[in-house]
Design a protein around this ligand. Structure first.
Ligand code: ADP
Ligand code: MG
Length: 277
């Protein structure tokens, strides 16, 4: 019997349908099982964090949630539709509702910032060119980078590049934004600025955020709830708000994960017991 995931506050809101529902999810690469028996729900407007040590499967889970891979077992409902077995037409409908910024997701270096943000509009809409420019500009405005529209990615800072990637992910007004390690490689101050931007976008637009990160300052400043994956047991071990997880988890490794002191902002958290095996 798998041990059940520990559920800490906050409780799910009443009478609100989850926007994402993951049921008994299993992931494998060929014969190698990465994760099993993972179930959780995400509610509209949450800033939901997927956390855990390096290699525990955070990116794998996110890639399944956006339909890049078919699950080895279980189901992943995105706004009511099961993305796992979805055919191309259904997948296109689902993808139209989500925006993604991949881990280290680079901008196209040969295009301006505006050109990068415009790409999803070119791919998914028939808007006239001037309208595409206007929409792209409005997204750059949301991330406070209107002035960088005509600069090349190489001409702006790393923090600004992340914000352009965020603007690109928002190009189609997604209901859900998936971000994989958005602050990787940023210094603590730039990373804190990105966190404030994510929070204000979530409040202003009501967009649901699903963010992979293990960076404690980000987790404590933006998370509604956190799902904790543990590579040593290849499943999720706890879900809840970060303060409850730090103070009250029955799992010592989870409490430790959320209490790391003097952690290096850019490095991975301690490996969980057994994750080297
Ligand atoms: N495309 C792939 N093929 C085979 N194994 C993979 C692939 N991607 C990831 N893995 C393995 O799956 C596990 C989880 O990886 P990943 O989801 O990238 O973890 P995280 O994002 O938490 O660091 C790791 O053991 C990794 O080596
Ligand atoms: Mg990853």
């Amino acid at each position: 019997m798998p041990s059940p995931v520990e559920i800490l506050p906050p409780p799910p809101p009443e009478n609100v349908e989850p926007i994402i529902r993951v049921q008994d999810f299993h992931a494998a690469y060929g014969p190698k099982t990465v994760m099993k028996d993972v179930s959780f729900e995400i509610y509209p407007g949450e800033v939901f964090i997927i956390a855990g040590g390096s290699g525990c499967g955070k990116s794998t889970l996110l890639k399944h949630m956006i339909g890049l891979y078919e699950p080895a077992g279980g189901r992943l409902f995105i706004d009511g539709d099961d993305i796992g077995p979805a055919d191309d037409a259904l997948k296109a409908k689902i993808l139209r509702k989500i925006g993604v910024a991949y881990q280290g997701g680079a901008l196209f270096g040969s295009m301006t910032c505006l050109g990068n943000v415009r790409l999803p509009l070119e791919e998914f809409t028939d808007l006239p060119g001037a309208a595409m420019d206007a929409v792209s500009m409005s997204k750059l405005k949301l991330v406070e980078l209107e002035h960088a529209a005509h600069l090349m990615p190489s001409e702006i800072s790393g923090g600004m590049q992340k914000r352009v990637a965020l603007a690109r992910a928002m190009a189609l007004d997604p209901k859900i934004l998936f971000l994989d390690e958005p602050s990787a490689g940023l210094d603590p101050i730039t990373s804190a600025d990105l966190d404030s931007l994510i929070l204000s976008l979530s409040r202003m637009l009501g967009t649901t955020f699903v963010i992979v990160t293990h960076e404690l300052p980000s987790i404590f400043s933006i998370a509604s709830r956190v799902l904790v994956l543990d590579a040593s047991v290849k499943t999720s071990v706890a879900i809840g708000d970060p303060v409850s997880l730090r103070e009250r988890s029955r799992n010592a490794w989870v409490r430790e994960f959320f209490s790391r002191k003097g952690f290096d902002h850019r490095s991975d958290p301690p490996l969980s017991p057994g994750s080297l095996s």
